[in-house]
Write a protein that binds this ligand. Structure first.
Ligand code: AMP
Length: 570
């Protein structure tokens, strides 16, 4: 397929803000898309890989600027100037190649989607000496062959910011409309479930194209391929929890750690993923060892929470103490000693060649307990009681809080495991704490001695309906001036946040910057007010950063709808 067709589709999709129109346009495109071009599906979502694939294009804006400069002959400073003015490097590439192409039309070659994918996929494979130059050459070759509209989208894809307003849900609806027009609603649910199990939109397109709903149901989990985790809803208290999940229910500690999905392949290979589908096997060698030693089974997928503990007192610590272990790729042995973890397994999705996600929780949790040799401070099944007694449940909840955990999870005994969904049969109960997970979408440089750092950060929530990020406040507290040296209690510093955000800048004016929504932070606040100042219509009073959440995907931050619920108590 010609890349031009995809670029035109992108343009058409971005020309409307109406979701139904977007779905209509995409579904027509999908009807015509042939199976052999199925990987175009990745491009539609602004990527070049399936979601389960952890490869990243990993190209900085600076490198793209060099390639644009080489292609157009414009100097870098002018490109940077234009970029800061327009706030969209893709648009800059389009403008500049337009000028160039008018004087050099014969440079144009025919670009296919296959060629674009092939070239972009070469980029992360390059390593060693001369890598930067080789990358620039590949990008320059692509841009030289591209028309100006193609150049716009190649650049946007390279820097991971397609900006055409399509989310996975748009694709899901478009697939349902294209291939199951008579049963669109039902198909949409099945497509989403198949997507959540496989994390491969090209595969699901291929299957949907056969127009057999049963084939979607047959899409299974695969050991070694990252899958989206099941998410919990909230209960107001234990009583409310029982009403929603039924009696008796399983009640477990809600550990204050991070989610770890553990895969063991039939060949014995163990892989660990975060809920962000990032492979963190290298960061946690001890976890691999514990799984090898203390879990029986030829192959499996376990769902667990890793928590930190103080190696002297053996008391459990909060998430923020071990958050740095997720990203840390050096001195692993040292941090492993300093910040040990215990794995608390609470679910099983797959065992010895058989999917378990359709089995009732009662059976799954029994299986967890059967295959794990309980080894405290290494790997254990999650602490649990199964009861219909309010009194016993309250007592267990109190004990969880005394043990430094966040609260409890209440789980219905007969429900299945639904990857990727926030379900009403697994509920979290914790003391009413005013906290949200939000994403940073902007920032401001400080003054005086803080002038090199970003010191005030714009926080946004996500609108569930449109997928857009809406501002809800600014935060500058809870962040340290200097890295605190106390073992394991590091707070986020201005320097760290500045370093994380700088590569994400998409627009700069004076001291203010706008960044790609990537960095998730946990925030506490005192109150929420209605406010016309921010696009969400709300403002947080006295927000404070508790910790960075490198493990949480942006798609799982708090939504506008949840915030409205909090304010209006709906
Ligand atoms: P939240 O992040 O507030 O939405 O709470 C849900 C998270 O609690 C899950 O994603 C897990 O990471 C974590 N969690 C801790 N303990 C458990 C447990 N026993 N069962 C399920 N999830 C748990």
């Amino acid at each position: 397929m010609l890349y031009k067709r995809i670029a035109e589709l992108y343009d058409k999709i971005s020309s409307t803000t109406k979701r139904l129109e977007k779905i209509d346009t995409i579904s027509k495109f999908l009807e015509d898309l042939s199976e052999k071009d199925k990987e175009v599906m990745y491009l539609l979502l602004g990527s070049i890989y399936a979601d389960y694939d952890e490869s990243k294009i990993g190209i900085s804006e600076q490198l793209v600027i060099k390639a644009i400069s080489k292609t157009t002959g414009e100097n870098k400073e002018r490109i940077i100037h234009e970029w800061k003015k327009v706030g969209d490097l893709g648009q800059v590439a389009q403008n500049l190649t337009q000028n160039k192409k008018q004087s050099n039309l014969f440079g144009l070659k025919i670009l296919t989607a296959g060629k674009v994918l092939e070239s972009l996929r070469k980029l992360p494979l390059l390593e060693g000496e001369g890598t930067v130059e080789k990358k620039i050459t590949i990008i320059t070759e692509l841009l030289t062959s591209a028309s100006s509209i193609e150049a716009k989208y190649i650049v946007r894809t390279l820097i991971g910011d397609l900006r055409i307003g399509i989310q996975e849900s748009t694709i899901r609806e478009s697939l349902a409309k294209a291939f199951f027009p008579e049963i669109q609603k039902e198909a949409s649910v099945k497509i989403q479930e198949a997507l959540d199990r496989s994390n491969d939109v090209a595969l699901i397109f291929e299957i949907a194209k056969r127009r057999k709903i049963k084939d979607l149901e047959d899409v299974s989990l695969e050991v070694g391929k990252a899958i989206k985790v099941m998410l919990a809803q909230k209960a107001l208290n234990i009583e409310d929890g029982f009403e929603k999940v039924g009696k008796p229910a399983a009640i477990e500690y809600k550990y204050d750690g991070f989610r770890l999905l553990i895969h063991k392949s039939p060949e014995g290979k163990i892989t660990l993923y975060t809920r962000r589908l990032e492979n963190v096997t290298k960061q946690f060698p001890e976890a691999v060892e514990y799984v090898q030693k203390y879990v029986t089974g030829k192959s499996f997928i376990l769902d667990s929470e890793a928590i930190g503990f103080d190696k002297k007192t053996k008391r459990y610590t909060q998430f923020q103490h071990i958050s740095q272990r997720i990203k840390r790729k050096y001195d692993i042995e040292k941090v492993q000693q300093e910040l040990p973890i215990e794995i608390n397994v609470f679910d099983i999705l797959y065992y010895n060649g058989k999917s378990f996600i359709g089995e009732p929780f009662q059976k799954r949790t029994a299986q967890v307990r059967k295959i794990i040799k309980e080894t405290p401070y290494k790997i254990v099944p999650a602490k649990q009681i199964i009861t219909d007694s309010l009194e016993k449940a309250e007592k267990f909840y109190k004990k969880a809080l005394e043990d430094n955990q966040e609260g409890v999870m209440m789980k219905s005994l007969d429900s299945k495991y639904q990857p990727g969904s926030r379900v009403g049969f697994m509920l979290k109960v914790k003391p009413s704490q005013k906290d949200f997970d939000l994403v940073i979408t902007g920032a401001e440089y400080g003054k005086g001695k803080r002038s090199g750092w970003l010191t005030s950060f714009t926080l946004s929530c996500r609108d569930e309906e449109t997928g857009k990020f809406l501002e809800i406040g600014k935060v500058g507290t809870g962040i340290s001036e200097k890295a605190e040296s106390t073992e394991g209690t590091e707070r986020t510093t201005f320097e760290e946040l500045t370093e994380l955000l700088k590569p994400l800048i998409i627009k700069e004016s004076g001291k203010d910057i706008i960044v790609k929504p990537k960095i998730v932070v946990a925030i506490t606040y005192q109150e929420i007010q209605k406010s016309p100042t921010y696009s969400s219509g709300f403002a947080l009073r006295f927000p404070r950063v508790t910790t960075l959440r490198p493990d949480k995907p942006v798609s799982e931050i708090n939504t506008l709808q949840e915030i409205e619920k909090e304010v209006f108590g709906k």
